[in-house]
Design a protein around this ligand. Structure first.
Ligand SMILES: [Zn+2]
Length: 120
């Protein structure tokens, strides 16, 4: 039965293709895992050389420029963080004070610990 044979071949073919697709997916996942792992290691290598540069150590001229660029970015981060903290501090509510004796109070204080004034 040639037709049935062909049908059988077709089914076998589809089966193989499905299993091939499964295998390639499996390898894609493995490759992604390895790529992730190698990224971490490369980052650590980079950090090692950057730290060396930041501590005034000698780095290869090939990576000196990269270290300088990284430092510029770290400097920008520090500057932005300072700016962020400054804005936060500017917008922080003024500390609550006792209306009677004027001491600074915890925001949730119900009584003044110094004069005993009841607070709202
Ligand atoms: Zn008070």
């Amino acid at each position: 039965m040639a037709f049935m044979d062909k049908l059988g071949d077709l089914a076998k073919n589809i089966g193989e293709k499905t299993s091939d697709a499964f295998e390639t997916t499996k390898y894609s996942a493995k490759i992604a895992l390895e790529k992730n792992a190698v990224k971490d290691e490369l980052e650590q290598i980079g950090k090692f050389y950057y730290d060396l540069y930041a501590q005034g150590g000698e780095v290869a001229p090939e990576i000196l420029e990269l270290c300088q660029k990284a430092k510029e970015h770290f400097d920008m981060i520090a500057q932005y963080e300072e700016e962020k903290e400054r804005i936060k501090a500017d917008n922080a509510p003024a500390p609550k004070q006792c209306p009677i004796c004027g001491i600074n109070l915890a925001p949730d204080a119900k009584f003044c610990p110094a004069c005993g004034e009841k607070l709202d």
